[in-house]
Design a protein around this ligand. Structure first.
Ligand SMILES: [Zn+2]
Length: 227
């Protein structure tokens, strides 16, 4: 099976949007066809079988322009509905395939990647490359930045081991150490759910040492979180 690349996925998204816009009568049949033709043609890595099926449906719609004067209105509508419905299914199936391949990629820790998504607390992550922040509930070892598409290590990964210390006074703080397999120990400090500090250390000892030196967190207070 061919892997759908990011570029093709973008064209697929455009195709899907156009089909929806056509359903809402925001674009004409003529511009729908011509734009879909060109999108199908510029794709880089789609299999010829899929491309052929799309072109067949588009050809059916094209023929309408020639045959339409002799046809009943509801006959035309039926043909349009059937062809655009098939096109939508064809596009949807490839988009699903793309989503699935993206998910599979995120299941493996990629050690060629050094960047870790910034954990801002409360399920919010930030991309260290482009500074985009987003809400994340994924627990795979890797996440992808929705803006620049960079793969990043996921600090909320299920495989992360977490220790924490909660302090209520003088300030409402949560200290966390997360071990991300193969990467190291991240020390995070949250104040009222907002991250105010983060640091990556090589070992558990240096992480708790750092928490002690910077924030006076007693070594004996660390508790392992049961996830
Ligand atoms: Zn980014």
């Amino acid at each position: 099976m061919r892997i759908i690349n990011e570029y093709d996925a973008r064209q697929l998204n455009l195709m899907f949007k156009l089909l929806i816009a056509f359903e809402k009568k925001q674009v004409s049949l003529f511009s729908l066809c011509s734009e879909l033709y060109s999108l199908v043609n510029v794709m880089e890595n789609m299999d010829s079988n899929w491309r052929g099926k799309c072109q067949d449906e588009l050809y059916t719609l094209d023929l309408l322009e020639i045959d339409a004067p002799e046809m009943e209105k509801n006959e035309i509508e039926k043909i349009v509905e059937k062809a655009t419905g098939s096109l939508k299914k064809l596009v949807r199936s490839k988009l699903d395939e793309f989503d699935e391949s993206q998910r599979r990629e995120l299941l493996k820790t990629d050690l060629n990647i050094k960047e870790i998504a910034d954990d801002l607390g409360n399920h919010w992550l930030m991309c260290p490359v482009c500074q985009e922040s987003w809400e994340n509930y994924e627990e795979y070892p890797m996440v992808r930045c929705p803006q620049c598409h960079q793969s990043l290590h996921n600090p909320c990964s299920k495989s992360a081991v977490k220790w924490s210390v909660k302090v209520n006074s003088p300030k409402n703080r949560l200290y966390e150490i997360k071990y991300l397999p193969d990467l190291g120990y991240c020390l995070y400090v949250f104040e009222n759910d907002v991250r105010i500090y983060d640091d990556l250390q090589d070992s558990w000892e240096s992480a708790i040492g750092c928490a002690w030196k910077q924030f006076n967190v007693d070594k004996n207070l660390w508790k392992k979180d049961e996830l």
